[in-house]
Design a binder for this molecule. Structure first.
Ligand SMILES: [Zn+2]
Length: 289
């Protein structure tokens, strides 16, 4: 599943070719991609507008629209498992996985293709409206220790589950949470609200570091337009310390990486680098093996 680093790469690669483009029409090939919005409302919202600079919040891609000099809402995309975009010349043969075509000026079209059909496009009256149910973006520079302490403060849920909750913090998926917790030496079952200020500061710093590394690797390792629709993970996996390394030696100590299931998600950690919390700092959630 594309996580923040991959979505950020898609954003940066789409931003330039789409900025300022005029939308001439929309063709919907698979209506469920538009969810409750429906093809008619989606087309009405887009046709005749110009696209501004693509933005991203968490895993959500945002394309602001303008009519004349006025803001005219936004359309957004959640790639989910296999959603992809490409820009191609109009009149090309429709691909098997093409779901929605946005016809642009200059005889090109923006294609949303999606093998497994979980991806969703939608509309909103503004970027702020589109992201109103999401927490702050995990890669935003303002996410320092104090901001993280405020987000986690008072929460009784397990630290890992809290960081995965997009309404708390937007953008982190399973890989980057496990990788960040190992680098911050924090156990996934710590009660989120039990972190000291120093631990929040360290966690904020490693989240930023891990995402930055992954974004620079992701950007250099694939082409968001023309890679295969099956997708291919970025090259950051060579730097994984825990994710998917069950039974292998920890990269920070001689111990062995463990795996368990927490809230239906595979979870990897090192029992020495990330020792079990004291009873008073433990969430009530439990691992399943
Ligand atoms: Zn270790």
């Amino acid at each position: 599943m594309p996580e923040l680093p991959e979505v950020e790469t898609v954003r940066s690669q789409l931003a330039r070719p789409l900025a300022g483009r005029f939308i001439r029409g929309v063709t919907v090939l698979w209506s469920r991609t538009l969810g409750a919005t429906g093809g008619e409302r989606f087309a009405e919202h887009l046709v005749g507008a110009r696209i501004g600079t693509a933005q991203r919040h968490g895993k959500l891609l945002l394309f602001p629209l303008q009519r004349g000099q006025k803001d005219a809402g936004v359309f957004h995309a959640h790639l989910r498992m296999t959603g992809r975009f490409l820009v191609r010349e109009c009149g090309a043969t429709t691909g098997l996985w093409d779901r929605v075509l946005v016809h642009l000026d200059g005889d090109e079209e923006l294609v949303f293709l999606d093998v497994r059909k979980f991806g969703r496009l939608g509309i909103a009256s503004s970027c702020a409206k589109a992201i109103e149910t999401l927490g702050p973006d995990a890669w935003h520079a303002a996410l320092d220790g104090a901001a993280l302490a405020t987000l986690l403060g008072g929460r009784r849920t397990a630290l890992k589950s809290t960081l995965l909750d997009q309404s708390v913090l937007a953008g982190l998926g399973n890989i980057y949470v496990d990788e960040s917790l190992h680098r911050a030496k924090l156990h996934p079952l710590r009660r989120a609200g039990s972190l000291a200020d120093k631990e929040c500061a360290k966690l904020a710093q490693v989240i930023h570091h891990v995402l930055e590394r992954a974004i620079s690797r992701s950007g250099s390792s694939f082409d968001a337009f023309y890679r295969t629709p099956e997708g291919k993970p970025g090259d950051f996996q060579s730097e994984f310390r825990v994710y998917g390394r069950h039974g292998k030696r920890c990269r920070g100590c001689p111990d062995t990486i463990r795996r368990a299931v927490l809230g239906q998600r595979g979870t990897w950690w090192c029992p020495s680098c990330q020792p079990s919390p004291r009873r008073s700092e433990m969430a009530s959630a439990r691992f399943r093996r």
